[in-house]
Design a protein around this ligand. Sequence first.
Ligand code: GAL
Length: 781
Amino acid sequence: MKRLFGLVCALCALTAIQARQRQNFDADWRFMLADSAVMSSPDYRDGHWRRLNLPHDWAIEGDFLVSNPSGASGGALPGGIGWYRKKFEVRGLKDDKLYIEFDGVYMNSIVYVNGQKVGCRPYGYSSFEYDITPYVHEGDNVVAVRVDNSDQPNSRWYSGCGIYRHVWLTKTHPIHVKHWGVYVHDGKVEVDYENPTKQKVKVKNIWLDADGKPTSIKKPRKWSCEDPYIYKVRTQLIAGGKVVDEVETTTGFRDFRFDAKTGFWLNGKNMKLNGVCEHHDFGCLGAALHEDALHRKLVKLKAMGVNAIRSSHNPPAPELLNMCDTMGLIVMDESFDMWRRRKTQNDYARFFDEWHERDLTDLVLRDRNHPSILMWSIGNEVLEQWSSAEADTLSLEQANLILNAGHDASTLAKEGEMSVNTLLADHLSDIVRRYDTTRPITAGCNEPSPNNHLFRGKAIDVVGFNYHHEWIKDVPHNFPGRPFIMTESVSALQTNGFYRMPSDSIFKAPKEWWLPYTDPTYMCSAYDNMHASWSSTHEQTWDVVKHTPYVGGQFIWTGFDYIGEPTPYSYPARSSYFGIIDLAGQPKDVYYMYQSEWTSLPVLHLFPHWNWLDGQQIDMWCYYSQADEVELFINGKSQGIRRKADSHQYHVMWRVTFESGEVKAVARKEGKVVGEQVIKTAGQPDHIQLSVDYQGRDLTFVQAVVVDKDGNRCPWAENELFFEPSDAQVIATDNGCQTSMERFTSPQRKAFFGRCIAVVRGKGNITARAIGLKAASLSLQ
Ligand code: GAL
């Protein structure tokens, strides 16, 4: 079906504002995973192509294969070249302008309109817009997009493939606000607009409160994590007595600063950034943007006490920033994972010289009005932190070319004042500061010494370490007077539901970063006792951050597990172990440690499960808050009372001998019982329990648990569950297991430690069946 753009415009023409019409352009595309030059042609017959709505990620539909060139790091899922085509109708355009806008295409996209090339964009995370006015005509038009993710590997994590974010079509009056042309800061509004007609244009800005009512901003209500109050600015261009263009920009007011002695301050309040790093994928849904999946992520993180997100290591979807604005989550907006020196064979380094200025500029222009963003990051662990043969052989012409900002690299480098790498860092910061000076710049640095080339110039406002928590004590000495945060931390390794004892032994996997690590289980321990060689347990880093006033906060690697980078393993492991929440969205135990430290909720979380061999020695851990002590009972017999010794202790532990029955934790405050948790030994798997894990507008995340006849989760159950919807559609399933080779789009999934989830679109009923178990049904609202 064709989109009737003209019709839509005709209807809207009845309103006072005539010119700007922005419509979502996601519906009714055709897709083919193949490549031929003729596919750009308007006459090409695409009737046999698959019909779909964007956003779309073709890689998530594939099989995990060791031979997929993305490798286990990229999720062992396919790449390739794909084409998207869409017909649309244009009517009555006259002098108006038509723009197509892509929020993100991974990667190397080339856009054609009616067979003519409109533009290309290598970086898969940038948003971009094309003026397609010269390419369209009255009547039928065709847009075709070639997406090339065939040169692999090009990412250290799963990227996804395709037009994985929204697409928009915008019609404007010839006099109109430029793309990202409004900049609101310090209560002022700057407007950049086009006026090819040379008519007199008046710019009017109207402040609106959160309810959309005109308001004054003399004493604005502040934006904070607890009260994320947003304002909007309605910008109108008036020519010939008419409003010819109108755009609305979300903004907010907040005071913040990073202090070298006292850390981070927001609106006069000293607080820690309790942040997590997030990649852009949505587990079994892949990279394709789903507002529901994104919201579910943020809701779960916020409930854990997270107040900050780092968009690692690339520009995020605009929707993430919108949600962070309204949910009160602070954002570190990050540009690149590499500069000129590559990390994988075919990554963005090959485009950096030509594209970095454009990509970084666009990031800042697109995002600078969001109240949630409080920091820019110009890069993550870029190899330019260190000197290298490659950097040394960079010719001065090349250096000047890439710096391109009036620096004379030869004088500076010769005088030994600065290295080329420092100049490059400064150059990137200059680009950022050209468009926004209201936020500090940082970078994720895993070279913590002041010799790091990035720290030597003027690029970095807030010194950011990745890992190296042991170096934090030297920060005031190494970086006198400079504020400090942990841009990335922890990298603990956990499989949800798997426990390696003794729990008080710390397992490093691998022992050194360059050593291989093998373990036949392909699992990592969900006690907080396993981490990578460069990293720490959750408790270790949090203890330093919590007790060191000059640390502004941390961004833990990571909130959610993500596809790819299955450190410490390789294939068949294909997704990460780093998350505090597993890939299916189920919290791991350590989630409750943070909740006990970061929220005002009373927490009592006892683990692991209570299904072991008789006589086995088991370590029972408990996270708790708002209580003085916890007593453990096994079948009614006390195993002792535990109290956290001081503010450096985060869990209590009992080493006990298993006997079937029940284990119970009783929390007391001032002698009164304030909480109780019982875990029973589960009997044979008997039936399935279904519940709603998250209800979105479009998607429902259904949690399935295999239980015994009394409803206790069977922690060792691996039954294969078949999800059968009526009227609805199961679009993906997952169980959080890092080595599962089942397709994410499959409607069946094995239980992993007794659980899995199904993602369902639509209403109706969903039934889950399994051989030997009683089925369960749930009606979807
Ligand atoms: C960091 C890196 C992240 C991720 C992490 C795993 O060095 O910035 O992208 O790879 O290690 O521990």
